[in-house]
Each structure stands twice: as C-alpha cells, then as structure tokens.
Ligand binder design. Sequence first.
Ligand code: HEM
Length: 316
Amino acid sequence: MSTARYATDEIHGINFNADPNKNQYLTFILAGEEYGVDILRVQEIKGWDNVTKIPNAPVYIKGVMNLRGTIVPIIDLRQRFQLESLEYNKMTVVIVLKVINENKERIMGIVVDAVSDVYDITGEQIRPAPDFGDVISVEFLRGIATVHNRLVILLDIDHLLDANEMQFVSRRTQSVKVQETAIDADLLEKSFTELSQQGGLLVSRFYEELFKRYPDVKPLFSNTSIAEQQQKLLAAIKLVVANIRDPQALKNVLVKLGERHRGYGAQPEHYKAVKATLLDVMKELSGASWSESKRATWDNALQVVASTMLKADGNG
Ligand code: HEM
C-alpha cells in the first residue's frame, strides 16, 4: 500500500479527487499491450484523419489537426515508444488529451491502435512500473495495475513531449494557424451535407434576404436570371467545401471568380453583406442543429473566400 502511494501521489504529484484511492482510466491497445490514461485528461476520441505535417519535426510528431479551431499536435505513440509502426486503418483512433507542460495546459492527440475500456483503478492496484529497458522510458510511466487479471500500463502523459519539443510544436502551430485561419474542415463538410438537403431553399432564401436587406445590390444582378444564379451560387459553395483541404486549388478558382466579380461591380462591403446574410440564412435552415462552432467555421471559410476573391482586384 505504501508502495502504491509512492508510485502515484508522491513521485508524480497526482491530485486524486473525491476518493483519493480511486481513479478512472481509459485504456487503449498499442502493439498488443493495454495502456491507461487518467480519464479526466481525455478530451475526446476521434478517428484518424489527415494531419498537416510540420517540417523538421521528430518522426513521432505526425503533424497537427484542426479541432474546431484549436490546432492540436498529433503524436504517434508506437513511434514515440519505438515500437514497430503500423499502417493506419479504420480502427486507428486519436485520443485527444489535456496535458500539463511547464504549468500550462495544452491539447495533444495520441494515435493508438484501438480504444479498449474504462476501469476504476485504486491506488492499491498500482505498482511502480518495472524497467522496460530502452523500450519505454520510465518518465512516460506512472505505474502498472492489474485489472481483471489483465496488466494495464498507466501512462504519465505530461512527459510525452519534453519542454523543447512542446515549444517547437507550439511555435510551428502558431504559423499553421495563421496560414489556415483555423477552418474545421470536418465540421464544414458535415454542416454542408446537412444544409444541402435543402440547397435550393438555402440559395433562394439567401437572395430573397439579401435583396430585402440590401436593395442596392439588386441592380447588379439585372443581367442574370435569379433561378440560374441560385444554382451557380450553390455550386460555388459546394466547390469551396469540396476543396477546403486543398487551399491552393481553391485559391486558383477563387482568384478567377473574384476577377469576374470585379466586372459585376462587387465591392468589399458587398462581401460583408453576402457573408452576414448567408450565415443568418444557414442558421435559419439548420434550426436546432446550428451551433456557435458551425457559425464560426462558416464565418472563417467565407472570410477566406471573400478575401481571396478581393485580392484578385488588389483590394485585400
Ligand atoms: C461568397 C462569395 C461569392 C461567391 C462564392 C459567389 C459566386 C458566384 C458565382 C459562382 C457566380 C456565377 C458567375 C461566375 O461564375 O462568374 C456569381 C455571379 C454573380 N455574383 Fe457572386 N459570389 C460571391 C459574392 C458576390 C458578391 C459580394 C456580389 C456583390 C453583390 C456578387 C454578385 C454577383 C453578380 C452580380 C453575379 C451575376 C453576374 C452576371 O451573370 O451578370 N457575388 N457569383
């Protein structure tokens, strides 16, 4: 019992909550072994998704993912522990964790083979981790526990990246954030799939509302049929969503679209009007499934679209 306390509270300064002796752990599988992390540190679990690579990063830092606007570094735990690498597949998951590094909370994702279970583990069940030799460094380990006759290796996640690596990632992610304006592609695609069920209504309500709020823009559309225009706008939104992960392809299309819009008489303030109206109509049609994060994601995406189109004529 005293050994258990030594292995948890004293070495790692863990604060157990109400019951000082019991904690819940989420476990996952890595190369056939079961590992556990304190469930209070788990923010979410998601499927593997493509990441934006960080040049010159250590091999186990796979890149960064954009989680609803937060740029999160993703660590391949097999590579971190120098275990044999595995091709990612449908089972591969990313556990998003809150880690403490130099007194700051940071978010980090770990790629694991599969999520396994949730266990209550008491301090008495935890023993100091044996030396795994040069396979897994002791600084990553909190201890080992036996649960239902299975051995669970409990991790100390705060040391998966050291202070220098954290700084490196944090500096790099800053620049990624600036470049990408933090658009959550997953959320944008999901929201567009929902909205496109009523795509016709979306664009017809949009023009109705735009002309009601900003009657001055109506004459600009005098050379086109609104029905046709509605289809073109819907197709353009679809194109933006489809290419949101390929900024260069999107930029090429938008610059040309922006050049044509200059000819149509579109001004910077018109883009603001279009964005505000579109966001409100999207909210109207989404009903209860609308959320602040969806609004922020569309807002960011439309902002990138507008500024790219405006750059074409030297305004942005
Ligand atoms: C979110 C930004 C916008 C997108 C994605 C967009 C998309 C489109 C598309 C795809 C067309 C079909 C013609 C073409 O491809 O050139 C079009 C036409 C048009 N857009 Fe936009 N547009 C945007 C913003 C604006 C703004 C801010 C205005 C200014 C009020 C505007 C005014 C027009 C007009 C007047 C036409 C019809 C031109 C004609 O055929 O005579 N658009 N837009």
